[in-house]
Design a protein around this ligand. Structure first.
Ligand code: GLC
Length: 449
């Protein structure tokens, strides 16, 4: 009997281990989620926009923290904020031309400054020389271009008087007693109410919002997490106010199946993206090392690196959210414009290999020595081969593709790519044009049987 009980308990425990009962906030099913996520999964490519007072110092959006600036020292940026060239219609047009389908704007970053007209603070764009609700104009402009609209909202706030000093804060210290004395009189309850009120404003006053990007949690000693934000009530409220909305995973609710909708690998290399296959995910990436406008930053990614991120994301079933940090004047700087234009040139000819695409079925593999990726449109049964190096031999052999392909063509002009079957019809050999097509990455479209 004892043995039987032990066996019974072991089975139950193992079952729970293998199929952990994930906690839930709502009763949405997986297929309902898939439907809600569908536009996002199809669109694959969005624009992140980090814009705030940190555009003035122009030396990283964490400048207040990095240089341990006080509110008083940071105040000059509020007073001089005067984005005379802010015209989100231009931003939206640039995003659209680059092939992006949605955009996520920092309505408030860690510095606490609000680009929107919140009734819960004076620290907002309407009280600067800009003198208007900049979020409203963003929403109108991007919607008018047919782009989906997302809000980034910083859970962290280095300006709010009740936000306690913690290990990420500009006034962080080494000693607990200093923390304690710095935090006398600060009331996180009040900050929590502020945060919930502002999220409610954002999700009430601007119509349908497609994405909410909360950022971020760092639980543990002198950190902040779900209890500090009251994440459970926050996410419940968000889903109630905007039932269709898609939420990132930074509110510290990863043990709830619907505490978030997608994972957010940040600034990872294309190689690392393979491990997210099969999940909902979006990698967020900068053009250079900083999210906010950084004048003197020179480590800008090349056109090939950016294409690699976009294509490799799709090739692993995920999205790319590519960031622009507009200047204090309100514009995309020349480097960002150039990068977006180049992406647009490629996307104009190759977006069929991105939108509605995902990873290829297992039966299609790539030869090891070929620097290439595969993407796949399952509804149209089209397979796309992206060549990062153009073969000098003029031919490419694809093992085990024999008998599976009906027709092959260059995606940029629909010119036929001839091929022969070899090795008992198991493999195919493609004959490529001698001159590489005028695009950084060449794409061959296979219409499958
Ligand atoms: C980080 C940074 C931040 C940036 C964000 C984008 O968490 O704190 O500056 O907004 O990532 O993913």
């Amino acid at each position: 009997m004892k043995k039987l009980i032990i066996l019974f308990l072991t089975v139950i425990l193992c079952a729970d281990f293998v199929y952990p009962q994930q906690k839930r906030l709502t009763n949405e099913t997986e297929s309902e989620k898939a439907e809600r996520m569908q536009w996002w999964t199809n669109d694959r490519f969005g624009m992140f926009i980090h814009w705030g007072l940190y555009a003035l110092p122009a030396r990283h959006e964490w400048v207040k923290q990095r240089e341990r600036l006080t509110n008083e020292q940071y105040q000059k940026y509020f007073e001089e904020f005067n984005p005379e060239k802010y015209d989100p219609v231009q931003w939206a047009k640039a995003a659209k031309a680059a092939g992006m389908k949605y955009a996520v704007l920092t309505t408030k970053h860690h510095e606490g400054f609000c680009l929107f007209d919140s009734k819960y603070t004076d620290y907002k764009a309407t009280n600067t020389k800009a003198n208007r609700d900049l979020v409203k104009e963003f929403v109108d402009a991007f919607r008018a271009e047919g782009l989906k609209v997302g809000f980034y909202y910083s859970l962290i706030d280095w300006h709010h008087p009740d936000f306690t000093v913690d290990r990420m804060h500009p006034q962080r210290t080494e000693s607990q007693s200093v923390y304690d004395s710095l935090n006398i009189g600060k009331d996180m309850n009040k900050y929590r109410t502020y945060l919930h009120n502002q999220v409610r404003e954002l999700l009430t006053n601007y119509g349908k919002i497609d994405i909410l990007w909360l950022d971020f949690s760092y639980p543990g000693e002198n950190g902040k997490g779900r209890d500090d934000w009251n994440s459970i009530e926050l996410i419940k409220m968000v889903r109630e106010l905007q039932p269709g909305i898609i939420i990132d995973n930074r509110a510290d609710l990863n043990d709830y199946a619907d505490g978030y909708d997608f994972e957010t690998p940040e600034q990872v290399s294309p190689k690392e993206l393979a491990k997210y296959k099969g999940k909902y995910w979006e990698t967020c990436q900068t053009f250079s090392g900083s999210w906010g406008y950084y004048r003197d930053e020179t480590s800008w990614k090349t056109h090939q690196q950016l294409l690699d991120l976009l294509i490799t994301s799709t090739a692993n079933g995920g999205n790319l959210l590519l960031n622009v940090g507009p200047t204090a004047k309100g514009e995309f700087d020349y480097r960002a414009r150039k990068a977006l234009k180049e992406l647009g040139y490629w996307m104009d000819a190759h977006s069929d290999a991105i939108y509605h695409c995902t990873y290829a079925p297992d039966e299609f593999a790539l030869p090891e020595n070929l620097n290439a990726r595969l993407t796949y449109n399952p509804t149209e049964r089209k397979l796309y081969l992206h060549l990062f190096d153009y073969p000098s031999t003029g031919t490419i052999t694809l093992p085990n593709y024999g008998g599976k392909v009906r027709y092959a063509q260059l995606l940029n002009d629909y010119s036929e790519i001839q091929y022969q079957q070899t090795n008992n019809n198991k493999d195919i050999i493609l004959t490529l044009p001698k001159v590489k097509p005028p695009y950084e990455v060449t794409v061959i479209e296979f219409l499958l049987k």
